[in-house]
Design a protein around this ligand. Structure first.
Ligand code: PMP
Ligand code: GLU
Length: 388
């Protein structure tokens, strides 16, 4: 079979690939522990489970509206109002099959072949591949030497007449950086000056560690309302990765286009999962708080343990559940070799930074249990101490 240029031109998801390799080794009996995939170890909140089970018993087994059940869109609308003071009608919200589909559909309705989209790297693995799959050109602005935050000079240096949009992700995967007000104000300025659209991937917005706090772009630049699509969902905030519920929130015309596009791809997201997500959005705040407290403890622990290790350097993450470790001063400074040997010699799975356009770095996800975090750090320390 001859495959399309589209699929041959994109790379597989490295985060998913490392996770699968770790699972395969474990299935063969190796004592593998994973800090690779960004997936909370908690099971979904009881309020979500209950709402899902009730939906099954009520017979909610049919197609829903293509854009999602009105109840969930109402609840997301109320959430955006309460949390961010932003006003969105239920027709401005699309419920998707996970945030990844919301991103795919959003880029799909915005990107023409040849369009350039700015991404701040290190960046999550899928943005660039999704943009490429629509014939767009991802344009990377490196933030490794600017504390994981983009600067105006660096953005302006890559802007061309073909630049159409910017992707923002804060809290950021894989750096854990949370964009401060000043950075957002600067991005808003660039967006205004060059009349760009913005996709703001806010999937980790509930996972921010004190004293830091989260701001979404529109809170500080409400005049950009018609240019911004926000991506969010149940996967990270409510530990509901397997249910596959995400949302796109934005101007009515954009959401209408996303709805049209999705009507030929997934149709509606799973009916049962939508009802479960409604349970979480309406009643899951205590669960979010509990998980945040646990992630806070793990974050403190992992930073503590990393600080005792030779060669490496770490910039403290302010949000999400990732630490991007700088291994450039290690005897093995190639992140692909580092991650492979760490897995093969010490059975610890982590994602090489190259996957995020951060060669010389390795990402550890502390969404795994405290015991796993502690044991992995013990093995990492041994690995570093044995390195020549
Ligand atoms: N955005 C970012 C930054 C992510 O890390 C992920 C990974 N889960 C997603 C979007 C996709 O989320 P979902 O699992 O809901 O598709
Ligand atoms: N987003 C998570 C990660 O970065 C889950 C895997 C994926 O979808 O990429 O590990």
């Amino acid at each position: 079979m001859k495959f399309s240029d589209r699929i041959l031109n994109i790379n597989p998801s490295a985060t998913i690939a490392v996770g699968a390799k770790a699972k395969a080794l474990k299935a063969q009996g190796f004592p593998v522990l994973s800090m690779s995939v960004g997936e909370p170890d908690f099971t979904s909140p009881e309020c979500a489970n209950k709402a899902g089970i009730e939906a099954i018993k009520r017979g909610e087994s049919h197609y829903t509206l293509n854009n999602g059940i009105k109840e969930l869109r109402d609840a997301v609308s109320a959430y955006y109002n309460k949390r961010f003071g932003l006003s969105y009608k239920p027709t401005q919200i699309f419920i998707s099959t996970g945030a990844k589909a919301a991103l795919y559909e959003s880029f799909g309705v915005l990107v023409n072949p040849g369009d350039e989209v700015i991404i701040f790297t290190p960046a999550w693995v899928s943005y660039k591949e999704i943009i490429k799959s629509f014939g767009g050109k991802p344009v990377m602005v490196d933030t490794l030497s600017t504390n994981f935050l983009p600067t105006k000079e660096a953005i302006e240096a890559v802007i061309t007449p073909n630049t159409k949009g910017i992707l923002i992700n804060s809290p950021q995967n894989p750096t854990g950086a949370v964009y401060p007000r000043d950075t957002l104000l600067m991005i808003a300025e660039v967006v205004r000056e060059h009349d760009l659209w913005v996709i703001s991937d806010d999937i980790y917005e509930r996972l921010v560690y004190e004293p830091h706090s989260f701001l979404t772009l529109l809170q500080i630049a409400p005049d950009l309302y018609d240019q911004v699509i926000m991506i969010n969902g149940a996967s990270k905030s409510y530990a509901m990765t397997g249910w596959r519920i995400g949302y796109a929130v934005g101007p009515e015309d954009a959401i209408k286009m996303i709805n049209k596009f999705a009507s030929h791809i997934t149709s509606n997201a799973s009916s049962i999962a939508q009802w479960a997500a409604l349970g979480a959005v309406e009643n899951g705040d205590d669960d979010v708080q509990y998980m945040l407290t646990e992630f806070t403890k793990r974050r403190t622990k992992i930073l503590d343990l990393l600080s005792e290790m030779p060669y490496i350097q770490v910039r403290e993450p302010e949000g999400a559940f990732y630490v991007l470790v700088d291994i450039r001063n290690c005897p093995i400074s190639d992140d692909m070799i580092f991650a492979t040997q760490l897995l093969e010699k010490k059975y610890v799975a982590a994602v090489p930074g190259t996957a995020f356009d951060a060669p010389g770095y390795v990402r550890f996800s502390y969404a795994s249990s405290m015991d796993t975090v502690v044991e992995c750090m013990k093995r990492l320390k041994e690995f570093l101490e044995e390195m020549e």
